[in-house]
Design a protein around this ligand. Sequence first.
Ligand SMILES: Nc1ncnc2c1ncn2[C@@H]1O[C@H](COP(=O)(O)OP(=O)(O)OP(=O)(O)O)[C@@H](O)[C@H]1O
Ligand SMILES: [Mg+2]
Length: 346
Amino acid sequence: MITTTGLSKVYRSRGRAVTALDGVDLHVREGEVYGVIGQSGAGKSSLIRCINLLERPTAGTVTVDGQDLTALAGRGPRAGRELRQARSRIGMVFQHFNLLSTRTVQDNVELPLEILGISGKERSRKALGLLDLVGLADKAKSYPAQLSGGQKQRVGIARALAGDPKVLLSDEATSALDPETTRSILQLLRDLNRQLGLTVLLITHEMDVVKSVCDSAALMDSGRVVESGTVSELLATPGSELAAALFPVGGEATGDDRTVVDVTFHGEAATRPVVSQLSRTYNIDISILGAAIDTVGGLQIGRMRIELPGRYEDNVVPIGFLREQGLQIDVVDAAQGPALLKEGAK
Ligand SMILES: Nc1ncnc2c1ncn2[C@@H]1O[C@H](COP(=O)(O)OP(=O)(O)OP(=O)(O)O)[C@@H](O)[C@H]1O
Ligand SMILES: [Mg+2]
């Protein structure tokens, strides 16, 4: 539904050049909720602004629903009209809601429809339907100042849906809201994604947001995508920073002469008694340093941090045994040595 290839953005101001995006390749599939996470300045807002051409990319292409927006942006007035049309099919939700304070809730939702030249009666019907969808049917005649933050964001979402978009882009839509309101807005986005088949690309700096609603995620750093995939792919990637942040397990090594390993279980593997098998097969004592079971991206997973006696070199065979069981193994804190790097451990 959304593809970017080699997307770059260089801002130039007062003779200085800032590279905000440095060759971003992103693939968002139809009907998924895709989270982009990264530190402040990583380029997340630049990415979303380039995807809907609010910002003109310096290089690369943006394709939304099969249409190359970057090609449209480069051509004359006719293409300009096509670009505006294409953009009306991309809904945008903002952190600070961006509602017009002098207009009622209903009139705010109608605004994009006015711009599209839709008749008053049709606008009104559509806006009231959307307000009902976001749970604000009774607030149509209120003004933004009379609403809570969560209600304002619901209006922002209703407005974003006015042009019947196939794609909703959200830049930190919940970061001005308290945790409970955040949850309700995320639930709304999830419901809209399911009910309308809407593809949602959301930017956040909160891991919990990714954890609760996203099917896929990308981690950005210095204008690049450094990790990306479905949540289950990420969880199955040894050394994945996103996976470790999505699913942390605590626990420190109890001594130097120990090998610490994170074992991730998904699906059927979770039910097998692998730790006792390992202990019996190799006649070693295993300590469990930490463990957690959680639902990430709608997927039940378990992770356990275990400690094996001896250094990494002494544990190559037992670790191989665990891998053969179809478990994902991350060596966390074994004795130093070049072998570790090859394991992708941190
Ligand atoms: N209009 C602009 N002109 C010049 N530099 C800009 C502009 N917008 C963003 N930048 C720079 O581009 C880089 C990426 O900024 P961007 O806003 O995309 O980051 P972000 O990941 O959204 O950060 P945050 O989490 O703080 O919102 C930063 O170094 C920023 O200073
Ligand atoms: Mg930003």
